[in-house]
Ligand binder design. Structure first.
Ligand code: NAD
Ligand code: LMR
Length: 324
């Protein structure tokens, strides 16, 4: 069986890191892949260049690469869709402008997925503001179950694991059960309160968690931009691979990861908001890990990040960008 994978923003910096890993089998294992790349017309030439390089890498699993500037064509038959292309915030842009510009991208792409993708399509939104872009895309795809639209908080999750591994001087593979709650923004809530080391609970210093761990994870995206002069790309691509692989192939037994999914009311998060939760992947579906006892600081943080998600949703709705 061959998998059809559509990637938007294919000529961008995440796209450049992501496509070669998908083609190498890092995302789906030994499954042949057909890549369908979507770009804006002015970047189609650059995407064609990347397609030439993909051919030159002679990946045994890469069956074909096609480049499109039309969403309907790009999502034709897509089983996995990675929505990376987005409109970045530029100088002088208000929040409403940013939401409007991105709704102009994610609304039509949601509709194209609805009309052209495979029945089993799974969507990961990477382009920011990722949670609300996923909400917009899902709202324009009434025939696709809403839970197939997810947004990426796996990079924040991986950042958290890396900080914890350094602090504890252990490999990341010995740690499990960390969570990112909420929005992929500065209101996200990194939560190591359930952390296990080699499957056993491990107590962390509360002051270190509050004063160092949480701010480091929350501000890591901005720190990368300050250091690199560009936002994270290879680590974002790697997180996208992790998200899709765990969705398709299941998460490790006894562990969970973080992903933003449309809420079904878990932990009091209003239904429909695309919110990051602790999740397990099994049988091709994400399940929110329920029943965790949240420390007061995490509960307060979750309430605040939900307020931000509601404000984004309400702004999009007020601008008439969600179908009635
Ligand atoms: P980039 O500017 O290098 O590339 C974006 C690409 O998207 C460009 O080639 C652009 O032409 C394309 N594009 C724009 N509109 C499009 C459309 N309508 N259809 C198809 N393609 C379109 O940006 P990047 O560094 O690759 O980052 C992409 C997005 O990912 C940004 O929004 C960034 O903020 C976000 N991001 C998210 C996370 C996360 O953890 N969720 C992490 C890093 C970056
Ligand atoms: C990140 O977390 O690295 C990015 O979302 C930052 C950004 O604004 O692109």
């Amino acid at each position: 069986m061959t998998a059809t994978v559509t990637v938007t923003g294919a000529a961008g910096q995440i796209g450049y890191a992501l496509l070669f890993r998908i083609a190498s089998g890092a995302m789906l294992g030994e499954v042949p892949v057909r890549l369908r790349l979507l770009e804006v017309p002015q970047a189609v030439g650059a995407a064609e260049g990347t397609a030439m390089e993909l051919a030159d890498a002679a990946f045994p699993l890469l069956e074909s690469v096609d480049v499109f500037d039309d969403a309907d064509a790009a999502f034709e038959g897509a089983q996995l869709a990675l929505l990376v292309g987005a409109r970045p915030r530029t100088a002088g842009m208000e929040r409403a402008d940013l939401l409007t510009a991105n709704a102009g991208i994610f609304g039509p792409q949601g509709r194209a997925i609805n009309d052209h993708a495979s029945d089993d399509v799974r969507v990961l939104v990477v382009g920011n503001p990722a949670n609300t872009n996923a909400l917009i895309a899902a709202a324009h795809a009434p025939d696709v179950p809403a839970e197939r639209f997810t947004a990426m908080t796996r990079l924040d999750h991986n950042r958290g694991l890396a900080q914890l591994a350094t602090r504890l001087d252990v490999g990341v593979d010995r740690l499990s059960r960390m969570t990112i709650w909420g929005n992929h923004s500065s209101t996200q809530v990194p939560d190591p309160s359930q952390l296990l080391l080699d499957g056993e609970p491990i107590a962390l210093d509360d002051a270190w968690v509050a004063e160092e761990f949480v701010p480091t994870v929350v501000n890591r995206g901005a720190a990368i931009i300050a250091a690199r002069g560009a936002s994270s790309a290879a680590s974002a691509a790697s997180a996208a691979i992790d998200h899709m692989r765990d969705w398709v192939e299941d998460t490790a037994p006894g562990d969970w990861v973080s992903a933003a999914l449309p809420s079904r009311g878990e932990y009091g998060v209003p239904e429909g908001l695309v919110c990051s939760f602790p999740v397990t992947g099994a049988d091709g579906a994400w399940r929110v890990v329920e029943g965790l006892e949240l420390p007061p600081a995490v509960r307060a943080g979750l309430a605040a990040t939900v307020v931000e998600l509601e404000a984004e949703r309400d702004a999009v709705r007020a601008l008439g960008l969600l179908p009635q």
